[in-house]
Design a protein around this ligand. Structure first.
Ligand code: FNR
Length: 342
């Protein structure tokens, strides 16, 4: 199957499979503050991640590009939404366009319709430094996501089977690429052990891409005859992964994603130490089912809802949420206890 046919397959299966919502956000509760003393006007939603400043802690996470009209249209619409709402946007893997220049317009459209916005390039961990530079140049990207997706590749019939040298490649990219590098999971989460190894080779930003949202084992299983069902429940839920990363106590700046749908999910992620939250499957579903205007309205509402939550918790900025008390229950609590996270 060609790469571009695979991209359309991913979109259709992602929409059919939906988001599992087993991310653990329901296990995290804010402790109510009866007497906040804040004025809503004092709240500033901007957020810093490494040297990047986001106008709000919401971004469109990597989804698509490459090939036909459908992926080009989705990227154009997402980029227009990003421009209109002033949020950052990552594109899907650009390997298709690096291997075949004719596929570049489905990515370059993103920069064309959003010339001043924050755009993030994306390639898999097999990428060489030369390919990463091409991906960044193609978009005049402000940052570069390097995705790690071993479970997806294993379930994908035509997926990679050789992962040797991944850490070495990540290390080279982080040190040589001219823009900040974000190492990103695609929905299976990152452990404290992984984060420590990434910190040791100089990685400064990760997107933990936790389990519980779009499920790439289920998506790839739909595309194969003999299914590897045991991977369908494999992974570290988003809240547990955020706790893992926090406990690792490195200098890495963290982005959260995996099942994000509401401002409350986002606020909980920020309270668990994330600098921003990425939305993929949820935004794609709104765009495809209800259209571009609906997605713009949803993002506007998310910002307003987040402002309300910050007000209730008496904090002026997303980062200040790390100071508010939280109570844990259920699987997230069990996970933390067994992993020595207090
Ligand atoms: C993705 N995702 C993804 N990630 C990546 O780094 N490169 C890619 O090319 C893609 N492609 C892709 C296609 C489609 C259709 C979807 C829905 C998702 C993964 C995405 O960025 C995110 O990590 C996961 O989807 C989990 O987040 P959500 O969907 O639960 O918000």
């Amino acid at each position: 199957m060609s790469r571009s046919a695979r991209k359309v397959d991913h979109i259709n299966h992602a929409l059919l499979t939906g988001q599992a919502l087993s991310h653990g956000f329901e296990d995290v509760k804010f402790v109510h503050n009866s007497i906040p003393e804040i004025n809503v006007d004092e709240i500033n939603l901007s957020s810093k991640i490494g040297e990047l400043t986001l106008s709000s802690p919401i971004f469109i996470n990597a989804m698509t590009g490459g090939g036909g009209k459908e992926t080009t249209k989705i990227n154009q619409q997402l980029a227009e939404v990003a421009a209109e709402t002033d949020i950052a946007m990552a594109v899907g893997s650009q390997m298709a366009a690096i291997k075949d220049k004719e596929q570049q317009p489905s990515y370059t459209i993103v920069r064309k319709v959003n010339p001043k916005g924050m755009v993030i390039a994306n390639l898999g961990s097999e990428a060489s430094i030369d390919q990463a530079r091409q991906a960044v140049e193609m978009l005049e990207a402000n940052a570069f996501q390097l995705h790690v997706n071993v479970i997806q590749e294993l379930v994908m019939p035509e997926g990679d089977r050789n992962y040797a040298g991944t850490f070495k490649r990540i290390e080279e990219l982080v040190h040589k690429l001219e823009v900040p590098v974000i190492v990103k999971e695609v929905g299976f989460g990152m452990s404290q052990e992984t984060i420590k190894r990434l910190a040791a080779i100089g990685v400064e930003m990760v997107d933990i891409g936790g389990f519980g949202g779009t499920n790439f084992s289920k998506i790839e299983n739909k595309r194969r005859d003999r299914q590897l069902r045991f991977f369908d429940n494999w992974g570290i839920p988003t809240t547990a992964s955020l706790l893992e990363v926090h406990h690792a106590n490195t200098c890495i700046d963290v982005l959260a994603s995996g099942g994000m749908q509401t401002a409350l999910d986002l606020a909980k992620s920020l309270a668990l130490g994330a600098r921003a939250g990425g939305f993929a499957g949820y935004f794609l579903k709104i765009l495809k089912e209800d259209g571009q205007e609906a997605l713009i309205n949803e993002i506007t509402d998310l910002k307003e809802d987040l402002t309300m939550i910050l007000t209730a918790l008496d904090v002026k900025s997303p980062h200040d949420l790390t100071k508010v008390p939280l109570v844990f229950s259920g699987e997230t609590y069990q996970w933390a206890c067994q992993r020595g996270i207090d």
